[in-house]
Design a protein around this ligand. Structure first.
Ligand code: DGL
Length: 277
């Protein structure tokens, strides 16, 4: 009989950004297997209408469930902001997003003063972060940074180009105590952002607190894998596999096996396989 505890955890994002969350999940749950889906054929999500992103999130979630995942981590702020309530209500497996853990991490951050939020157009427009932080009595300043995602996907995060773009977005900011990296691609830009914002501004990345939440909940639900070997990762990519593998390697992305999936996402045999590394 299938032991659900042995099933993989599904994780998805529009591209490589969710690998920053996957890395923390692996750290907290070293014996779990992961199925990571990067929807690189349709990246970016952040400038697309919310209804379209909801459609993608539904399609991906069912493709992961078809591959027997025991739970799904939406490793994408845009998809979390637009789709988490609906997915949590309708899917037959537990679902986690990255916004709530990000809010908790920001509220617990040591920085004093206003909290900055950087994210995609869609995440900032949704006010998912602003409304939760303001409800806690915190002052916010938010900025959509649409050029950051292609910069990360192209693997040029540590270049002059990235710094120029960051200065463009942050030039008129008020004094800030902490800044939420409200897109899972942005932790890759940490070095550049810290240079532009100054060393005293605390950068808040929701990956760690998301991983801690998922690990705690799996334990409570009795779903943690009992296996002793190291967990494995299988990557599913909707766009060009070589470009994905290249960027994932530039980011020091986790190893594993990978395959390209044709859109619309269908049954598991419609795939082209290859191995990373
Ligand atoms: N990394 C995603 C997020 O956290 C999506 C970025 C995008 O595709 O625009 O919002």
């Amino acid at each position: 009989m299938l032991d659900l505890r042995d099933s993989p955890l599904g994780v998805f994002d529009s591209g490589v950004g969710g690998l920053t969350v996957l890395r923390e999940l692996q750290r907290s749950l070293p014996h779990e297997d992961f199925l990571y889906l990067g929807d690189t054929a349709r990246v970016p999500y952040g400038s697309k209408p919310a209804e379209m992103v909801r459609e993608f999130a539904r399609e991906i979630s069912w493709a992961l469930i078809d591959r027997d995942v025991k739970g799904i981590v939406i490793a994408c702020n845009t998809a979390s902001a637009t789709s988490l309530p609906e997915l949590a209500d309708h899917l037959p497996v537990p679902v986690w997003g990255v916004i709530e853990p990000g809010v908790r991490a920001a509220a617990a951050s040591g920085g004093t003063g206003r909290i900055g939020i950087l994210g995609t157009v869609s995440t900032i427009r949704s006010r998912a972060y602003q409304s939760r932080l303001e409800a806690l009595g915190l002052e916010t300043w938010a900025r959509a940074c649409p050029l950051f995602v292609p910069i990360v996907e192209e693997g040029v995060s540590d270049t002059e180009i990235a710094e120029l773009v960051a200065r463009h977005y942050l030039g008129d900011r008020p004094p800030l105590g902490a800044v939420i990296l409200g897109c899972t691609h942005y932790p890759v830009l940490k070095g550049t952002l810290q240079t532009v914002l100054g060393a005293r501004v605390e950068l808040v990345d929701s990956a760690e607190s998301t991983a801690a939440t998922v690990a705690g909940d799996l334990e409570k639900m009795g779903l943690t894998s009992p296996r002793e070997r190291e967990g494995r990762i299988h990557h599913l990519v909707t766009g060009d596999l070589d470009s994905y593998l290249h960027t994932a390697r530039v980011l020091g992305g986790p190893e594993g096996t990978a395959e390209r999936l044709a859109l619309p996402l269908g049954p598991r045999d419609a795939a082209l396989s290859s191995t990373i590394g």
